[in-house]
Design a protein around this ligand. Structure first.
Ligand code: MOS
Length: 736
């Protein structure tokens, strides 16, 4: 039986629930000193003086670092910022660009001593009034930034003319707030220098390899002299896909005090020091005929970024690819520089914001034309990517819509708003579709087949909490003909073969493809020994004749007559190593357009007196290619839906317009869904093997599942109440 396709439980599950998984802050070393950050209370200006005298004399303090005595760092080149990051480096000058910016670092024998000494530091400032992001005026202040990942604008055909000429038009503005990642595990770094000048950073990061590259540039030491380690992550969601100032501060502080230094951010510090999702103001115009067939789409988005970086939230990306529009599609992106730390990707970056605008506008079009929202989407489905003109590799969107609708019972829905009730509650049902970018990145892996018949997989990739340890064991097990529990997996260490970051839902398709190649290479070496090694059991047979199952090799299934253990012993070797080097062509250069797809269906009940929205049930149908592990995949989808419920109904980071400070910087002020908010979630997979996407046939899944939850819920709220909320989150006060 193949391991791939089986709903195997997480191999690290027991370790995690029993407290055996070592997260960054769990790592204990002798002689560790603790660092605490002191941060600015103003958002724009400069420090005139920082009085550290009392702090320096406080118990246990080893050093107090400010911009005056902090070792200098090298600037971060833009090339290291792809796809994102913060160029402004901490404690290098007296400038203040955002509230919560580090102005001092205290290193002491204990965390309490460092934190207490920090409270003794007195800063005086010269203040300028901060530039903050204002949803109402954002569009006037917006500019096209010089530094960008992809084209800011796109135009296929003549969208504006098509919309102007259309029988039916929808033109609306959709807005959504800043959001924060709020992983349960705070960002933390433990920095250790050895006597040979090698720096080891235990860091809570989604990218050990990228962190090493950045530390090498900024600290001016070669990459070979840096190790970065992160075996487990307690949530990342994109917030840990860049190295933030605290990691660099910890590295240099450890050098200054000549001791290992641990620096863990407080919950409040995580609002201003490690990125967030930028708010967006999105304008959408749709043109269609009376049957709801699209003729034109225009989608323009504006987002805030820091004063020193150009982070573009590509919210209009989805509109380039999701629906066919006969006359043309145009998109654009602009930014507004504000006194904030740099934004960063947040699950699911670009798409989750863009689909709220696009898929709510599609619902408005369905209402305007009287076409059923599922049928409207089926009418605008396309087998060709409207942006590049390439055929999609696989696109089971129609199946997601029809099978999802059947599972949901969409045919029982009555179309008029406020027409469905359950007792005193208004019932609403909404649908939204989604398209999600499939990433193709190079990755390496190593598989060692040992003489006890077990195997070890190694790669500098990550299990961000999604089941990577498990699926890699499954994939290697099948390639080697072993049971998955005979395969151990080691990840999250730059001393292992270089892999890509855990971002963009890319790990199964790419890093795991490298594991498959490595396992096949190890298998091949074993087969060669069986054909031509010492006392070769299958001397004269062909490579393809050899069958391996349960760690035994044979020429027929009935006669598996030698074990790996015996084969290696016969040849006097203790292990066989296979290397995997997966190097896909970049998606943009391939012959096919590769994306994942979904259709999701939400039912809400709304209290007509209180405006309170509760999710009743939810069905998600996903095309993510071949599913490697239905159990971890289902968990991904459940997590993504819950994440989307937060976006739809709860999450917003609020900034004080005068001080520029985040106001609700903790779990009591920033609301995320809890179990009590979540009803039955029904998940189905409808895709199949996609050979263009990956040798494993898999496409990206995790972040896809967070996309279009919010528009499905907002559309359901409209259906329940007749009120169209175009500003997230959908809260009580907007419905009353
Ligand atoms: Mo995900 S926001 O690409 O870590």
């Amino acid at each position: 039986m193949n391991a791939v396709g089986q709903p195997i439980s997480r191999v690290d599950g027991r370790l995690k629930v029993a407290g055996g998984a070592r997260y960054t802050a769990d790592i204990s070393l002798g002689g560790v000193a603790h660092a605490a950050i002191v941060y600015s209370t103003i958002a724009n200006g400069r420090t005139v003086s920082i009085d550290i005298a009392a702090a320096e004399k406080a118990p246990g303090v080893l050093v107090v670092l400010t911009h005056k005595n902090m070792p200098r760092m090298n600037p971060v080149p833009w090339s290291h910022l792809r796809p994102q990051g913060q160029t402004y480096l901490p404690l290098q000058d007296d400038q203040i660009h955002y509230a919560g910016q580090p102005i001092a670092l205290v290193v002491a024998a204990t965390l309490d001593q460092a934190t207490y000494a920090g409270t003794l530091i007195k800063a005086s400032y010269e203040t300028h009034s901060p530039t903050v992001f204002d949803l109402r005026t954002a569009k006037e202040d917006a500019i096209e930034p010089p530094q960008r990942m992809w084209p800011l604008s796109s135009s296929v055909g003549n969208a504006d003319k098509a919309i102007a000429d259309a029988a039916v038009t929808i033109k609306q503005i959709y807005t959504m707030p800043d959001r924060h990642h709020n992983p349960m595990e705070p960002h933390a770094t433990l920095a250790v220098w050895d006597d040979a000048g090698t720096l080891t950073l235990y860091d809570s990061t989604q990218m050990v390899v990228g962190t090493r590259k950045l530390a090498s540039v900024v600290l001016g030491i070669p990459e070979e002299k840096i190790n970065v380690v992160c075996e487990y992550l307690g949530g990342g969601f994109g917030g840990k896909s860049w190295s933030w100032p605290h990691t660099l501060l910890a590295a240099l502080a450890a050098k200054v005090v000549n001791r290992p230094v641990r620096l863990q951010l407080t919950r409040a510090q995580m609002y201003s020091m490690v990125g967030h999702q930028a708010a967006t103001v999105q304008t959408i115009a749709l043109g269609a005929d009376r049957d709801g067939r699209l003729s034109g789409i225009r989608h323009d988005s504006v987002n805030p970024t820091s004063v020193f970086d150009d982070y573009v939230e590509y919210a209009a990306l989805a509109s380039r690819h999701l629906w066919r529009a006969s006359g043309g599609i145009a998109t654009s992106h602009k930014v507004v520089h504000v006194n904030r730390n740099s934004p960063v990707v947040l699950r699911a970056p670009m798409e989750a914001q863009g689909h709220f605008a696009l898929e709510c506008a599609m619902d408005e079009l369905a209402c305007a034309t009287g076409v059923d929202p599922v049928e409207l989407r089926l009418r605008n489905d396309t087998e060709t990517d409207p942006y590049s003109g390439r055929p999609f590799s696989t696109r089971a969107l129609g199946e997601c819509l029809t099978k999802g609708a059947a599972r949901f019972g969409w045919d029982k829905r009555t179309p008029e708003p406020r027409s469905m009730r359950d007792g005193r509650y208004l019932i609403g049902q909404g649908v939204a579709a989604a398209i999600y970018t499939h990433w193709r990145w190079p990755a390496k892996a190593r598989v060692t087949l040992k003489n006890n018949g077990s195997a070890l997989v190694e790669a500098a990739a990550h299990d961000i909490g999604t089941g990577t340890y498990t699926v890699m064991a499954q994939v290697a097990a099948d390639a080697l003909g072993l049971a998955p529990d005979r395969v151990a997996v080691r990840l999250g260490d730059t001393r292992l073969p270089e892999s890509h970051p855990a971002i963009g839902s890319s790990t199964v398709a790419n890093a795991t493809a490298a594991v498959m190649l490595a396992a096949r290479a190890a298998r091949q070496r074993a087969v060669e020994l069986a054909l031509t090694g010492r006392d070769a059991p299958f001397d004269g047979a062909a490579t393809d004749d050899v069958i391996i199952a349960d760690g035994r090799l044979g020429l027929t299934k009935a006669n598996l007559n030698i074990t790996y253990t015996e084969l290696l012993a016969r040849n006097g070797i203790s292990s066989l190593v296979g290397d995997g080097d997966y190097n896909p062509v970049e998606e943009v250069n391939g012959p096919k357009a590769i994306f994942s797809f979904s259709a999701v269906f939400a039912e809400v009940r709304v209290d007509p007196d209180l405006g309170l929205v509760r999710l009743n049930r939810f069905v998600g149908a996903y095309d993510a290619g071949r599913i490697i592990n239905p159990k971890t995949a289902r968990s991904q989808a459940i997590g993504g839906i819950i994440w989307g419920v937060g976006q739809a109904l709860l999450e917003q980071s609020e900034t004080d317009p005068v001080s520029g400070q985040y106001i609700n910087r903790n779990y009591s002020g920033y609301l995320v869904p809890t179990n009590a908010d979540i009803p039955e979630l029904d998940v189905m997979f409808v895709g199949g093997f996609d050979e263009e996407a990956s040798p494993l046939g898999a496409k990206g899944l995790g972040e896809l599942t967070a996309v279009s939850v919010a528009p499905a819920i907002a559309n359901a709220v409209y259906h329940a109440t007749g009120k169209r909320i175009r500003d997230l989150p959908v809260t009580v006060e907007k419905l009353l």
